[in-house]
Design a protein around this ligand. Structure first.
Ligand SMILES: O=c1[nH]cnc2c1ncn2[C@@H]1O[C@H](COP(=O)(O)OP(=O)(O)O)[C@@H](O)[C@H]1O
Length: 250
């Protein structure tokens, strides 16, 4: 018989995203399948990304060249917040399979179904598992599972230029993530991070950027710190709370 704990350990150790220990978050990682099984509801989301093989001629703007060779796609949701395609995996509400590989398979199917519903694309893709987490102290309520999938540059172009149009009322727009910081240290990724994000989408985004090495830890950390400062200036109050309130919709 297959040892599920071992499979999970292997899955998570080979695929888990780098943590951002410096980022305040109210979500807790979960690598324990027994605990995952206890959650009442499961949601799965997927980060779609692509990388142009040939160096693209950079887009000159103002004082810098914007290096957008790597593209990450996010959605603007019906509620105005940014998030990734995905949603609740209803099949897991009534019964969670006893084996982790089967569980992952159902999550993957769920995320592909949502991808198709929201973007009219991706029914037959196989996104790779990244990590799971739950809101602090609510491990029995909801588990959020995260996947990544690499698109070809032409698939990305078709999606982000709107050739593939969302059929879902829940999506009001698509956006590429600015993976750079401009010379003023504010525009680009730091400004993008001051938007509102659904669930723990901002953490999922930053962890995948680190996992894939799209940006260095120093760059990501700096962008996050600037985002905190901008948020604080806008609203005053406690920085940590504010950032969490942006990321904590559950
Ligand atoms: O991109 C995301 N990353 C992490 N959590 C998210 C994201 N988008 C939504 N959520 C959270 O996941 C859960 C499912 O929401 P979603 O709107 O995706 O599901 P639905 O489309 O099935 O209604 C909610 O608790 C929501 O806060």
């Amino acid at each position: 018989m297959m040892d599920n704990t071992k499979v999970l350990e292997e899955e998570t150790s080979s695929t888990s995203a780098h943590k951002c220990p410096w980022m305040p978050t109210s979500y807790v990682d979960c690598t324990d399948f027994e605990l995952m099984k206890k959650a009442k509801i499961h949601a799965a989301h997927v980060l779609l990304w692509s990388r142009d093989e040939k160096p693209v001629s950079p887009y000159h703007y103002d004082d810098i060249e914007l290096p957008m060779q790597t593209k990450i796609l996010m959605q603007v949701r019906f509620d105005g917040s940014f998030g990734f395609p995905g949603g609740f995996v209803d099949e897991l509400e009534s019964k969670v399979p006893s084996s982790f590989p089967k569980f992952l398979e159902l999550l993957q199917q769920g995320v592909c179904r949502e991808l198709f519903e929201e973007m009219g694309f991706g029914r037959d893709t196989s996104p790779s598992y990244v990590y799971s987490c739950h809101p602090a102290g609510r491990e029995k309520d909801v588990m959020l599972h995260f996947f990544m999938f690499q698109l070809t540059p032409s698939q990305m172009k078709a999606i982000s230029w709107g050739s593939i149009i969302s059929t879902s009322d829940e999506v009001v727009g698509l956006s590429l993530v600015p993976l750079y910081t401009m010379k003023d240290g504010i525009r680009g990724l730091p400004t993008f991070l001051t938007n509102s994000f659904a669930g723990n989408a901002v953490e999922q985004l930053l962890r995948c950027i680190l996992k894939q090495g799209f940006l260095s830890e120093v760059e990501v950390r700096k962008a996050t710190e600037v985002a905190f400062k901008i948020l604080k200036k806008r609203g005053g109050g406690d920085l940590k709370f504010e950032f969490q309130s942006h990321t904590h919709i559950l």
